[in-house]
Design a protein around this ligand. Structure first.
Ligand SMILES: C[S@@+](CC[C@H](N)C(=O)[O-])C[C@H]1O[C@@H](n2cnc3c(N)ncnc32)[C@H](O)[C@@H]1O
Length: 351
Protein backbone atom coordinates (compact mmCIF):
# COMPACT_ATOMS: atom_id res chain seq x y z
CA UNK A 1 0.00 0.00 0.00
CA UNK A 2 1.13 3.54 -0.70
CA UNK A 3 1.58 4.98 2.76
CA UNK A 4 3.82 7.81 3.90
CA UNK A 5 6.82 6.31 5.67
CA UNK A 6 6.01 2.75 4.51
CA UNK A 7 9.14 0.68 5.21
CA UNK A 8 8.39 -2.13 2.76
CA UNK A 9 11.43 -1.29 0.64
CA UNK A 10 13.69 -0.64 3.62
CA UNK A 11 13.08 -3.65 5.87
CA UNK A 12 15.78 -5.72 4.24
CA UNK A 13 18.31 -2.97 4.84
CA UNK A 14 17.09 -2.52 8.44
CA UNK A 15 17.35 -6.26 9.02
CA UNK A 16 20.86 -6.49 7.59
CA UNK A 17 22.01 -3.59 9.78
CA UNK A 18 20.62 -5.08 12.96
CA UNK A 19 22.18 -8.45 12.18
CA UNK A 20 25.51 -6.81 11.39
CA UNK A 21 25.33 -5.07 14.75
CA UNK A 22 24.42 -8.23 16.69
CA UNK A 23 20.95 -7.08 17.69
CA UNK A 24 19.28 -10.26 18.90
CA UNK A 25 16.08 -11.45 20.49
CA UNK A 26 12.63 -12.74 19.79
CA UNK A 27 10.01 -10.30 21.12
CA UNK A 28 9.71 -7.38 18.69
CA UNK A 29 7.52 -4.32 19.33
CA UNK A 30 6.48 -2.50 16.14
CA UNK A 31 5.54 0.71 17.99
CA UNK A 32 4.22 2.63 14.93
CA UNK A 33 2.73 -0.17 12.82
CA UNK A 34 1.14 1.76 9.87
CA UNK A 35 0.82 -0.77 7.03
CA UNK A 36 2.13 -3.55 9.35
CA UNK A 37 4.90 -4.19 6.83
CA UNK A 38 7.67 -4.17 9.42
CA UNK A 39 5.75 -6.53 11.72
CA UNK A 40 5.06 -8.79 8.72
CA UNK A 41 8.73 -8.96 7.82
CA UNK A 42 9.84 -9.80 11.37
CA UNK A 43 7.00 -12.30 11.79
CA UNK A 44 8.25 -14.04 8.64
CA UNK A 45 11.67 -14.09 10.21
CA UNK A 46 10.32 -15.94 13.27
CA UNK A 47 10.03 -13.09 15.74
CA UNK A 48 7.10 -12.76 18.12
CA UNK A 49 5.34 -9.48 17.34
CA UNK A 50 3.58 -6.87 19.42
CA UNK A 51 2.28 -3.95 17.37
CA UNK A 52 -0.04 -0.98 17.60
CA UNK A 53 -1.18 2.13 15.78
CA UNK A 54 -3.56 5.02 16.46
CA UNK A 55 -5.35 4.30 13.17
CA UNK A 56 -8.11 1.69 13.08
CA UNK A 57 -7.43 0.67 9.49
CA UNK A 58 -3.85 -0.12 10.51
CA UNK A 59 -5.31 -2.30 13.28
CA UNK A 60 -7.35 -4.15 10.63
CA UNK A 61 -4.13 -4.86 8.71
CA UNK A 62 -2.33 -5.90 11.89
CA UNK A 63 -5.16 -8.27 12.84
CA UNK A 64 -5.02 -9.94 9.42
CA UNK A 65 -1.26 -10.07 8.82
CA UNK A 66 0.19 -10.24 12.33
CA UNK A 67 -2.27 -11.70 14.85
CA UNK A 68 -3.93 -14.09 12.41
CA UNK A 69 -1.72 -17.13 11.77
CA UNK A 70 -3.80 -19.12 9.28
CA UNK A 71 -5.31 -19.04 5.80
CA UNK A 72 -9.03 -18.74 6.54
CA UNK A 73 -11.25 -21.61 5.38
CA UNK A 74 -14.68 -19.90 5.73
CA UNK A 75 -16.21 -23.32 6.45
CA UNK A 76 -19.29 -22.08 8.27
CA UNK A 77 -20.00 -19.40 5.67
CA UNK A 78 -19.60 -21.79 2.77
CA UNK A 79 -21.85 -24.39 4.38
CA UNK A 80 -24.69 -21.94 4.85
CA UNK A 81 -24.74 -19.75 1.77
CA UNK A 82 -24.97 -20.66 -1.84
CA UNK A 83 -21.67 -19.86 -3.49
CA UNK A 84 -21.08 -21.42 -6.84
CA UNK A 85 -17.98 -20.38 -8.62
CA UNK A 86 -17.94 -19.45 -12.26
CA UNK A 87 -14.18 -19.34 -12.40
CA UNK A 88 -11.41 -21.73 -11.57
CA UNK A 89 -10.58 -20.74 -8.02
CA UNK A 90 -7.71 -21.99 -5.91
CA UNK A 91 -9.48 -22.38 -2.57
CA UNK A 92 -12.26 -21.25 -0.22
CA UNK A 93 -10.65 -17.84 0.29
CA UNK A 94 -10.81 -17.13 -3.47
CA UNK A 95 -14.37 -18.40 -3.59
CA UNK A 96 -15.48 -15.90 -0.95
CA UNK A 97 -13.65 -13.04 -2.69
CA UNK A 98 -15.33 -13.97 -5.97
CA UNK A 99 -18.73 -13.91 -4.25
CA UNK A 100 -18.01 -10.44 -2.83
CA UNK A 101 -16.75 -9.20 -6.19
CA UNK A 102 -19.99 -10.31 -7.84
CA UNK A 103 -22.28 -8.41 -5.44
CA UNK A 104 -24.65 -5.78 -6.79
CA UNK A 105 -23.60 -2.29 -5.70
CA UNK A 106 -25.65 -0.45 -3.06
CA UNK A 107 -26.11 3.26 -2.37
CA UNK A 108 -24.40 3.43 1.03
CA UNK A 109 -22.19 5.90 2.91
CA UNK A 110 -19.28 5.82 0.46
CA UNK A 111 -21.44 6.22 -2.63
CA UNK A 112 -23.48 9.02 -1.04
CA UNK A 113 -20.53 11.05 0.27
CA UNK A 114 -17.49 10.31 -1.86
CA UNK A 115 -18.76 9.95 -5.42
CA UNK A 116 -20.36 12.58 -7.64
CA UNK A 117 -24.15 12.15 -7.40
CA UNK A 118 -27.25 14.11 -6.34
CA UNK A 119 -25.99 14.51 -2.73
CA UNK A 120 -22.24 15.01 -3.20
CA UNK A 121 -19.78 16.35 -5.74
CA UNK A 122 -16.71 14.67 -4.28
CA UNK A 123 -14.76 12.67 -6.80
CA UNK A 124 -12.91 10.05 -4.75
CA UNK A 125 -14.51 7.15 -6.61
CA UNK A 126 -16.70 6.73 -9.65
CA UNK A 127 -20.31 6.07 -8.51
CA UNK A 128 -20.24 2.39 -9.54
CA UNK A 129 -17.13 1.76 -7.47
CA UNK A 130 -18.52 3.66 -4.48
CA UNK A 131 -21.60 1.40 -4.58
CA UNK A 132 -19.43 -1.69 -4.87
CA UNK A 133 -17.32 -0.72 -1.86
CA UNK A 134 -20.54 -0.17 0.13
CA UNK A 135 -21.90 -3.56 -0.93
CA UNK A 136 -18.71 -5.42 0.02
CA UNK A 137 -18.32 -3.58 3.34
CA UNK A 138 -21.97 -4.15 4.27
CA UNK A 139 -21.85 -7.85 3.40
CA UNK A 140 -18.71 -8.47 5.49
CA UNK A 141 -20.40 -6.80 8.49
CA UNK A 142 -23.59 -8.83 8.01
CA UNK A 143 -21.66 -12.10 7.89
CA UNK A 144 -19.95 -11.14 11.13
CA UNK A 145 -23.21 -10.12 12.81
CA UNK A 146 -24.82 -13.40 11.74
CA UNK A 147 -21.85 -15.37 13.14
CA UNK A 148 -21.06 -16.82 9.74
CA UNK A 149 -17.41 -15.79 9.84
CA UNK A 150 -14.83 -15.91 12.63
CA UNK A 151 -13.03 -12.85 13.95
CA UNK A 152 -9.94 -13.78 11.88
CA UNK A 153 -12.00 -14.24 8.73
CA UNK A 154 -13.70 -10.89 9.34
CA UNK A 155 -10.41 -9.01 9.62
CA UNK A 156 -8.85 -10.83 6.67
CA UNK A 157 -11.76 -9.76 4.43
CA UNK A 158 -11.64 -6.20 5.76
CA UNK A 159 -7.88 -6.12 5.11
CA UNK A 160 -8.50 -7.22 1.51
CA UNK A 161 -10.91 -4.30 1.16
CA UNK A 162 -8.50 -1.78 2.72
CA UNK A 163 -5.62 -2.97 0.54
CA UNK A 164 -7.79 -2.85 -2.62
CA UNK A 165 -9.46 0.56 -2.22
CA UNK A 166 -6.38 2.75 -2.96
CA UNK A 167 -6.03 1.10 -6.39
CA UNK A 168 -9.38 2.61 -7.41
CA UNK A 169 -9.20 5.97 -5.62
CA UNK A 170 -8.99 9.21 -7.56
CA UNK A 171 -6.17 10.64 -5.45
CA UNK A 172 -2.52 11.58 -5.56
CA UNK A 173 -1.21 9.16 -2.95
CA UNK A 174 -3.13 10.41 0.11
CA UNK A 175 -6.84 10.89 0.78
CA UNK A 176 -6.62 14.49 2.02
CA UNK A 177 -7.89 15.60 -1.41
CA UNK A 178 -9.29 14.06 -4.59
CA UNK A 179 -8.20 14.87 -8.13
CA UNK A 180 -10.22 17.30 -10.23
CA UNK A 181 -10.13 15.03 -13.26
CA UNK A 182 -10.54 11.28 -13.22
CA UNK A 183 -7.33 9.31 -12.95
CA UNK A 184 -7.26 6.23 -15.16
CA UNK A 185 -6.97 3.94 -12.14
CA UNK A 186 -10.26 5.27 -10.72
CA UNK A 187 -12.20 4.36 -13.86
CA UNK A 188 -11.53 0.61 -13.65
CA UNK A 189 -14.31 -1.51 -12.12
CA UNK A 190 -13.62 -2.12 -8.43
CA UNK A 191 -12.23 -5.51 -7.57
CA UNK A 192 -11.30 -6.97 -4.21
CA UNK A 193 -7.78 -8.41 -4.25
CA UNK A 194 -6.51 -11.32 -2.22
CA UNK A 195 -3.81 -10.56 0.36
CA UNK A 196 -0.88 -12.81 1.26
CA UNK A 197 -1.10 -14.06 4.82
CA UNK A 198 1.68 -15.35 7.04
CA UNK A 199 1.29 -18.64 8.88
CA UNK A 200 3.06 -19.05 12.21
CA UNK A 201 2.83 -21.09 15.42
CA UNK A 202 3.55 -18.14 17.69
CA UNK A 203 0.99 -15.92 19.40
CA UNK A 204 1.24 -12.28 18.31
CA UNK A 205 -0.46 -9.28 19.92
CA UNK A 206 -1.91 -6.25 18.11
CA UNK A 207 -3.53 -3.07 19.41
CA UNK A 208 -5.28 0.10 18.29
CA UNK A 209 -4.05 2.45 21.02
CA UNK A 210 -1.38 5.04 21.62
CA UNK A 211 1.62 2.71 21.93
CA UNK A 212 2.64 4.48 25.14
CA UNK A 213 -0.19 2.47 26.74
CA UNK A 214 1.48 -0.88 26.01
CA UNK A 215 5.07 0.15 26.56
CA UNK A 216 5.08 -1.43 30.02
CA UNK A 217 3.01 -4.49 29.13
CA UNK A 218 5.94 -6.70 28.02
CA UNK A 219 9.71 -6.88 28.34
CA UNK A 220 10.68 -6.46 24.72
CA UNK A 221 13.91 -7.62 23.16
CA UNK A 222 13.60 -5.02 20.42
CA UNK A 223 11.45 -1.90 20.27
CA UNK A 224 11.27 -0.52 16.74
CA UNK A 225 10.25 3.15 16.44
CA UNK A 226 9.14 4.58 13.11
CA UNK A 227 7.37 7.80 14.14
CA UNK A 228 5.90 10.49 11.86
CA UNK A 229 8.77 12.71 10.66
CA UNK A 230 6.97 16.01 10.23
CA UNK A 231 3.94 18.08 11.37
CA UNK A 232 1.51 16.30 9.06
CA UNK A 233 -0.82 14.07 11.04
CA UNK A 234 -1.61 10.68 9.50
CA UNK A 235 -5.34 10.51 10.30
CA UNK A 236 -6.49 13.29 7.90
CA UNK A 237 -4.35 11.90 5.09
CA UNK A 238 -6.00 8.49 5.31
CA UNK A 239 -9.48 9.49 6.58
CA UNK A 240 -11.34 7.53 3.95
CA UNK A 241 -9.57 4.24 4.72
CA UNK A 242 -10.45 4.85 8.36
CA UNK A 243 -14.11 5.38 7.49
CA UNK A 244 -14.27 2.30 5.27
CA UNK A 245 -12.60 0.22 7.99
CA UNK A 246 -14.92 1.49 10.74
CA UNK A 247 -17.99 2.04 8.55
CA UNK A 248 -19.52 4.03 11.38
CA UNK A 249 -21.40 6.77 9.47
CA UNK A 250 -19.26 9.56 10.92
CA UNK A 251 -20.07 13.24 10.80
CA UNK A 252 -17.90 14.55 7.99
CA UNK A 253 -16.77 18.04 7.05
CA UNK A 254 -15.29 20.16 4.30
CA UNK A 255 -14.37 19.70 0.68
CA UNK A 256 -12.76 16.33 1.31
CA UNK A 257 -15.44 15.00 3.70
CA UNK A 258 -13.04 14.57 6.63
CA UNK A 259 -14.01 12.73 9.80
CA UNK A 260 -13.00 14.06 13.22
CA UNK A 261 -9.54 12.88 14.32
CA UNK A 262 -9.05 14.66 17.64
CA UNK A 263 -8.26 11.34 19.36
CA UNK A 264 -5.75 10.26 16.74
CA UNK A 265 -3.24 13.08 16.85
CA UNK A 266 0.35 12.03 17.35
CA UNK A 267 2.69 13.94 19.66
CA UNK A 268 5.48 13.02 17.21
CA UNK A 269 4.16 15.69 14.84
CA UNK A 270 5.49 18.38 17.21
CA UNK A 271 9.25 18.82 17.74
CA UNK A 272 9.33 19.40 21.51
CA UNK A 273 6.62 16.89 22.35
CA UNK A 274 8.33 14.31 20.13
CA UNK A 275 11.63 14.73 21.96
CA UNK A 276 9.88 14.39 25.34
CA UNK A 277 8.03 11.29 24.20
CA UNK A 278 11.19 9.73 22.78
CA UNK A 279 12.86 10.32 26.13
CA UNK A 280 9.93 8.68 27.91
CA UNK A 281 10.27 5.56 25.74
CA UNK A 282 14.07 5.45 26.10
CA UNK A 283 13.97 5.88 29.89
CA UNK A 284 11.29 3.16 30.28
CA UNK A 285 14.09 0.68 29.68
CA UNK A 286 11.55 -1.97 28.57
CA UNK A 287 13.89 -3.27 25.85
CA UNK A 288 17.32 -4.69 25.22
CA UNK A 289 17.64 -2.86 21.89
CA UNK A 290 15.85 0.22 20.69
CA UNK A 291 15.77 0.96 16.96
CA UNK A 292 14.67 4.32 15.57
CA UNK A 293 13.98 4.94 11.90
CA UNK A 294 14.12 8.62 11.05
CA UNK A 295 15.53 10.84 8.34
CA UNK A 296 17.71 13.89 8.00
CA UNK A 297 14.67 16.12 7.34
CA UNK A 298 12.72 15.08 10.45
CA UNK A 299 11.45 17.40 13.18
CA UNK A 300 13.78 16.02 15.87
CA UNK A 301 17.41 17.16 15.34
CA UNK A 302 20.05 14.43 15.14
CA UNK A 303 22.15 15.75 18.04
CA UNK A 304 19.10 15.88 20.34
CA UNK A 305 18.08 12.35 19.39
CA UNK A 306 21.57 11.02 20.12
CA UNK A 307 21.70 12.90 23.46
CA UNK A 308 18.45 11.21 24.53
CA UNK A 309 19.38 7.73 23.30
CA UNK A 310 22.78 7.87 24.99
CA UNK A 311 21.08 8.18 28.38
CA UNK A 312 20.58 4.42 28.22
CA UNK A 313 23.55 3.04 26.31
CA UNK A 314 25.71 2.99 23.23
CA UNK A 315 24.29 4.41 19.99
CA UNK A 316 25.14 3.52 16.40
CA UNK A 317 23.78 5.56 13.47
CA UNK A 318 23.41 4.03 10.01
CA UNK A 319 22.35 5.96 6.90
CA UNK A 320 20.90 5.01 3.54
CA UNK A 321 20.12 7.21 0.51
CA UNK A 322 16.48 6.70 -0.26
CA UNK A 323 14.14 7.97 -2.97
CA UNK A 324 11.38 9.77 -1.14
CA UNK A 325 7.70 8.96 -1.67
CA UNK A 326 6.12 12.21 -2.87
CA UNK A 327 2.35 12.33 -2.96
CA UNK A 328 2.30 14.66 -5.96
CA UNK A 329 5.30 13.38 -7.88
CA UNK A 330 3.17 11.72 -10.58
CA UNK A 331 6.26 9.73 -11.50
CA UNK A 332 8.06 12.81 -12.82
CA UNK A 333 11.74 12.55 -12.04
CA UNK A 334 12.00 16.32 -11.42
CA UNK A 335 9.85 15.89 -8.32
CA UNK A 336 11.76 12.95 -6.94
CA UNK A 337 14.18 13.58 -4.15
CA UNK A 338 16.81 11.57 -2.31
CA UNK A 339 16.80 11.79 1.46
CA UNK A 340 18.98 10.10 4.02
CA UNK A 341 17.04 7.40 5.76
CA UNK A 342 18.52 6.86 9.20
CA UNK A 343 18.56 3.95 11.58
CA UNK A 344 19.63 4.62 15.16
CA UNK A 345 20.53 1.49 17.08
CA UNK A 346 20.64 1.74 20.87
CA UNK A 347 22.08 -1.16 22.85
CA UNK A 348 20.90 -0.71 26.41
CA UNK A 349 23.56 -0.82 29.12
CA UNK A 350 23.17 -3.54 31.72
CA UNK A 351 21.79 -2.35 35.04
C1 LIG B 1 5.98 6.53 9.68
S1 LIG B 1 4.43 5.75 9.92
C2 LIG B 1 4.88 4.07 10.22
C3 LIG B 1 5.07 3.32 8.94
C4 LIG B 1 5.24 1.83 9.15
N1 LIG B 1 6.51 1.50 9.74
C5 LIG B 1 5.08 1.13 7.80
O1 LIG B 1 6.05 0.48 7.34
O2 LIG B 1 4.01 1.21 7.23
C6 LIG B 1 3.95 6.31 11.52
C7 LIG B 1 2.70 5.63 12.08
O3 LIG B 1 2.66 5.88 13.48
C8 LIG B 1 1.32 6.05 13.89
N2 LIG B 1 1.38 6.75 15.19
C9 LIG B 1 1.79 8.01 15.44
N3 LIG B 1 1.85 8.23 16.76
C10 LIG B 1 1.49 7.08 17.37
C11 LIG B 1 1.38 6.66 18.72
N4 LIG B 1 1.66 7.50 19.74
N5 LIG B 1 1.00 5.40 19.00
C12 LIG B 1 0.71 4.54 17.98
N6 LIG B 1 0.81 4.88 16.68
C13 LIG B 1 1.19 6.12 16.37
C14 LIG B 1 0.68 6.78 12.72
O4 LIG B 1 -0.72 6.61 12.73
C15 LIG B 1 1.36 6.12 11.52
O5 LIG B 1 0.62 5.04 11.07
Amino acid sequence: MRFIGNKERLVNWIFSEIKANNVEGSLFFDYFAGTANVGKFFKQNNFQIVSSDLLYFSYVLQKAYIENNTIPQFEKLLSTIDITSRKLVADNFDLVLEYLNDLQGIEGFIYKNYTPNETSNRKYFIPENGKKIDAVRTQIEQWKNNNLISENEYFVLLACLIESVPFFANILGVFAAYKKDWDRRALKPFELKRINLIQSNTEHFVYNVDSREILNKFNYDIIYLDPPYNQRQYAPNYHLLETIAKYDNPEIKGVSGMRNYDNQKSVFCNRDKALNELEHIVLSGKYKYLLLSYNNEGLMPQNEIIKILEKKGKVILKEYDYLRFKSNSNGKSSNKKYIKEQLYILKKNNG
